[in-house]
Design a protein around this ligand. Structure first.
Ligand code: ADP
Ligand code: ZN
Length: 804
């Protein structure tokens, strides 16, 4: 009999999977998608079989050691999806699979062997294994057994497994039961609101830090973790306990932060528009997709819910994707309310082991709906019938590391492979998606808000000429916005104030010599922070104390430019002393579930003014919010990126959509110095289609997506000249290839990236424009030829969402 071989991928950046021999004894179990234990150098790792009966390799190969599962871990459709990702984005297959399969399921995970009831008494090595396991309580890691018995055991254990004397399972390294006995610190008592915290922890910043760390860890953490890894001293821990804010416990439970959250019962009846949209979805050909283009407050969520219900009724499963799960507690609780235990919420707070558990439940069909952010597009929902992408225009749907996949495109591929229906929902669809409604995607509209509520009127305030109130420092504060806030407070209603710039001030400048404080590692100015005070780089996290004098001319007066949310908060506290103010940005929500706390406070009416960055623009549904103020609409308008206008439009339209969702109505005020920018004009008219039409024209020449497709090739490295030289070589290489194969691709560059340095690495890029098919050929070619070498790294970013 001739030898058979299999290709096995590992979660590593290897260009191609490794080949292993399939031992005869495992022949029937090695199929694509199964996990296999394979020797790699001197270790044993769990890999994934991606191909079988491949050609015999030239060199000698090792054997697959074991196949721990009875069923493949990855369905054929998910395996095919990973292959599509690797091919389309020019990524190593191992990394494409790594994006799909949770870390706890392969790589360094262990195989655990357990005795089954009635294990036969055996002689020889098998007998030794059985009695060793009996001594150990019936179960142990295979490698522990092998070490104890001082011999390789895969063979023997494989045989024991085949006669059902033992069972095997793969175990994520972090789910050790031993942690149950650990001492833990758990939050106690009522959670103070943000405002109460300021008093409570006034002179005790360390205690506040501990308190909020505990919150971020789900309300409880092991003492050891707090003291050893996080460096909290005994004193601060004891003080928190003494204040009654925390208590010592025993059991360590990694909590599901959504488990205790309130569920929302959905409205019983669909509106006519919702029914029409739902019927159109049901009429889609399996494998096809639709855009649910519904204005803010039009009830898109209920359409998703009912579509999921129909999929379940047809015996199929569903995936619902949201941009950021921490920001969308309302959507999650609506799904919980509708489907309860059918749902697996995949969120970033899950440990590897919990994620692996959720996977198993979904794979077996014990949970039929997965809700989560980007990576939940890979949830192994059995018999997938529906994929929903809420707020499909969000940039967070693009993965920021290799493989740089876009969730929308992966979802379309998966939907086709599994004959599932795809729904892309948004009030402000992306230009790309909109273009696909001419042919590929069916367009469904929800043109009206629920209950015939009007969209709120939007007033644009030209900061260059509008009357302003005094005493607000560098912050331009129009009389119009000021009186609108005063009136809202008087009526005991709520206002959202959007300022898409966190920190205290965007940068610090010397008024004499003009010097601007830059990050020493990145080509970007440092942001001024006041709570706590520091200069911070928002790219690399570099931090330094606030300077007292200019480092160039020693001038002592430093000027802050570009008001950020912290400064806005300070100003508002002074101007509206009676208002209860909360702030939501990356700095107040760095602990994991802090979004939810702030939003709950708003929902309960404990906050009058909510300040925030783009975080507050998303998906919130608060009927008592009657005013939305955009403090500075221009923060993102002049970024060197062709999507700057689109992003500004989306942000404005989305945040405007938070106003007037209740019977009291609402209004929106937008402060700007660019009142005639098309993004602002169309947003003020709530005219998404008008905006998309004009944006489409703008992107015709010079061509940008959706008129053409893009690939951004970015070289980075520590030496600027070397990086520039390599980028030039890359551009030549591309040009040569394009000539040789007569591809209709334009090469732009090489040029320094707008952010020319990040974390001490210089960055140059070459931008390719052309039809997607031609770019695809070039990407596949480049992925094979262009290897990283030395300290120079190449990133291939196909369909980039940002060119910075
Ligand atoms: P969107 O996501 O389109 O902005 P939502 O799905 O949040 O809108 O719905 C807006 C509000 O309307 C929510 O409070 C929701 O509960 C309510 N709603 C949705 N559909 C209905 C309906 N058919 N009847 C009554 N209320 C509804
Ligand atoms: Zn930096």
């Amino acid at each position: 009999m001739t030898d058979r071989f299999a290709l096995v991928a590992l979660p590593l950046p290897l260009a191609t999977p490794y080949t292993y021999r399939i031992p005869e004894t495992l022949g029937d179990r090695v199929v694509p998608g199964t996990r296999a234990v394979v020797p790699v150098r001197r270790r044993e790792l769990i890999g994934l079989v991606v191909g079988i009966d491949t050609e015999a390799p030239n060199a000698a190969v090792k054997d697959i050691l074991a196949v721990p599962d009875a069923e493949p871990a990855l369905s054929p459709a998910l395996l095919a999806t990973s292959q599509w990702i690797a091919g389309y984005y020019g990524a190593p297959l191992g990394l494409a699979l790594k994006a799909i399969l949770p870390g706890g399921m392969w790589g360094e995970s262990e195989v655990i062997v357990s005795l089954q009831n009635g294990a036969p008494s055996l002689g020889g090595v098998a007998g030794d294994v059985v009695s060793w396991l009996e001594q150990r309580g019936g179960e142990a890691a295979v490698h522990a057994a092998a070490r104890a018995l001082r011999r390789p055991l895969w063979d023997v254990i494989g045989r024991l497994n085949r006669v059902n004397a033992v069972s095997l399972r793969v175990h994520a390294p972090d789910t050790a039961a031993a942690r149950l006995t650990e001492r833990t610190l758990t939050l106690a008592g009522e959670r103070p609101t943000l405002i109460e915290r300021d008093t409570l922890f006034k002179r005790r910043p360390k205690q506040r830090q501990l308190y909020e760390t505990l919150e971020s860890l789900g309300g409880s953490a092991s003492m050891r973790h707090l003291s050893e890894q996080l460096g909290f001293g005994d004193g601060v821990i004891r003080a928190l306990i003494k204040q009654g804010l925390a208590r010592v416990g025993q059991a360590e439970l990694v909590r599901d932060p959504f488990a205790g959250s309130p569920v929302t019962v959905p409205p019983a009846e669909l509106t006519k528009n919702q029914s029409t949209a739902l019927a159109a979805l049901a009429a889609l050909e399996p494998g096809q997709g639709a855009v649910l283009f519904g204005v803010t407050g039009s009830g898109k969520t209920l359409v998703y819910l009912e579509a999921v219900r129909q999929a379940l009724a047809a015996g199929r499963g569903a995936i619902v994707l949201v941009p950021e799960i921490g920001l969308t507690p309302q959507t999650v609780s609506r799904f919980r309310g509708a489907f309860g235990d059918e749902i697996a919420v995949l969120h970033s707070g899950l440990s590897d082991g919990e994620r692996a558990d959720a996977w198993r439940l979904l794979r077996r069909g014990e949970r039929r709906v997965a809700v989560g952010a980007r990576s939940a597009v890979f949830a192994p929902v059995a018999n997938l019938g529906l994929l929903v992408i809420d707020e499909e225009h969000e940039a967070s749907y693009k993965n920021g590391e290799t493989p740089r996949y876009h969730t929308r495109d992966v979802a379309a591929v998966r939907a086709r492979l599994e004959r599932a229906r795809l729904v892309l929902g948004s009030a402000t669809p992306s230009a790309e998606t909109w273009a696909r409604t001419e042919g590929k995607l069916t367009l469904l509209r929800l043109p009206e808000r629920i209950g015939d509520r009007p969209l709120p009127p939007v007033e644009i305030i030209d900061l260059r000429t509008a009357p302003k109130v005094g005493g607000t420092g560098p912050l331009a504060w129009s009389v119009a916005l000021d009186s609108a806030i005063v009136a809202t407070l008087a009526r005991k209603e709520q206002a959202l104030l959007l300022l898409n710039r966190r920190g205290y001030a965007a940068f610090l400048q010397c008024p004499d010599c003009g010097e601007v404080w830059q990050c020493p590692r990145c080509s970007i100015s440092l942001t001024v922070h006041q709570s706590p005070p520091a200069m911070r780089c928002h790219y690399c996290g570099h931090e330094e104390p606030l300077p007292l004098t200019c480092r160039v001319c020693a001038n002592p007066v430093q000027q802050m430019r570009g008001v950020g949310t912290q400064q806005l908060e300070r100003m508002l506290v002074e101007r509206y002393p009676e208002a209860r103010i909360a702030r939501m940005d990356l700095d107040t929500t760095s602990t994991k579930w802090s979004h939810q706390r702030i939003l709950t406070a708003v929902e309960r009416g404990e906050v009058d003014l909510l300040i925030g960055t783009q975080m507050i623009a998303k998906g919130l549904d608060f009927p008592n919010v009657t005013l939305v103020g955009v403090v500075d609409a221009d923060t993102g308008l002049h970024l060197p990126d062709f999507r700057a206008g689109e992003r500004t439009f989306q942000l404005l339209a989305q945040v405007a959509g938070r106003a007037g969702r209740g019977p009291k109505g609402g209004r929106v005020l937008v402060q700007t110095r660019n009142p005639s920018h098309h993004a602002l004009l169309w947003a003020a008219r709530h005219d998404t289609e008008g905006f998309l039409r004009q944006e489409r024209e703008i992107r015709e020449s010079p061509p940008y997506p959706p008129t053409t497709s893009l690939v951004n090739l970015v070289y980075s490295g520590p030496d600027e000249r070397e990086v520039g030289r390599r980028a030039a070589g890359l551009a030549d290489w591309c040009t040569g290839l394009i000539d040789r194969y007569q591809l209709s691709i334009t090469v732009l560059g090489p040029a320094p990236c707008p952010l020319v340095r990040i974390k001490d690495r210089w960055r140059w890029h070459v931008l390719l424009k052309g039809p997607s098919e031609s770019l695809g050929r070039l990407v596949r070619y480049a992925a094979r030829r262009l290897k990283r070498d030395g300290k120079i790294r190449l990133v291939i970013d196909r369909d980039p969402v940002s060119l910075l």
